[in-house]
Ligand binder design. Sequence first.
Ligand code: NAD
Ligand code: LMR
Length: 335
Amino acid sequence: MSFKAVVLGAAGGIGQPLSLLLKANPLVKELALYDIVNTPGVAADLSHISTPAKVVGYLPPDDGLKKALAGADIVVIPAGVPRKPGVTYDDLFKINAGIVRDLATGIATAAPKAAVLVISNPVNSTVPIVVEVFKKHGVFDPKKIFGVTTLDVVRAQTFIAEVLGDLSLSSSINVPVVGGHSGVTIVPLFSQSSHPLPSGYATSDLEALTKRVQFGGDEVVKAKDGAGSATLSMAYAGAEFAEKVLRALKGEKGIVAPTFVHLTSDKSGGETVKKEIGKEIDYFSAPVELGPQGVAKILSLGKLTDSEKALIDAAVPELVINIEKGVSFIAPSKL
Ligand SMILES: NC(=O)c1ccc[n+]([C@@H]2O[C@H](COP(=O)([O-])OP(=O)(O)OC[C@H]3O[C@@H](n4cnc5c(N)ncnc54)[C@H](O)[C@@H]3O)[C@@H](O)[C@H]2O)c1
Ligand SMILES: O=C(O)C[C@H](O)C(=O)O
């Protein structure tokens, strides 16, 4: 069983290496690349790679978006402007909200049953935008829409391995990172790491490590010095999450990954997570068990330390504002 994957924003800094990794994935039989520029070239280049996926590039004329999306099983969205020094996640909303709305409209009409993986920032707001567009079109399925927060997990794995002095451990470290995807809304749960931090690890070091995960994006933005934000590590993380979704769609069991999802009130587990958070909130990045329909179950946040509870309490007010901003962009409040 193999799948059609679509990348929207495929010619960009993330889009190109992400498309490369998807082309190399044997679960992908067809790869459609859509962007407002350059996809014919990117597709021609990738199409010479000796892996099974058939690659086609599309541009906006002649219904390019609709054609790219036809028959999609999974759609990954890295379209939109990235940060540079002095630009906040929220600043990106002004441009990216409209881009994501228009792409979501295309998906809602051409591929409403596809799994949608949103990378475009600010994720805390763009995911609610996709959901509201899908609701407007009467095709919203909470199991199918994911905010990609995998880069936060990848960073936490790497930074723990650095502390442990063995980078070869990093990809086998299982550490949940929950909340959202921007600054203080990112909450690494180091106490649940499969590879614990050294005993006696100082509280001040733990706080610094937490901040490094929360503001890992800033580290890259600063180093790139105006040339954009994380692209290669994001492509790696996006491809890793996409692979998990595809393996689960194929029927593999027991695949779990943190992702920013709608905390639906049905039996999916969303209510449990809401209770654990202790505040009214409609979206959260929580560990999710993936399945043939997308989300199989939203899992508990697990046992939290007092400092992790405090981090979640600090994340929620900003998350609520970010979520509301996305929702009201599509469905303005009637009040
Ligand atoms: N979720 C995460 O963890 C994470 C990590 C890194 C970056 N990001 C975000 O991903 C986004 C992309 O970053 P990048 O570095 O690849 O930027 P980029 O500017 O290099 O690429 C963006 C691409 O989107 C395309 N695009 C713009 N409008 C479009 C539209 N309407 N339809 C299709 N394509 C369109 C552009 O032509 C460009 O090729 C940014 O919003 C960035 O903040 C998210
Ligand atoms: O920080 C950014 O602007 C990009 C991305 O969200 C990241 O975490 O690297």
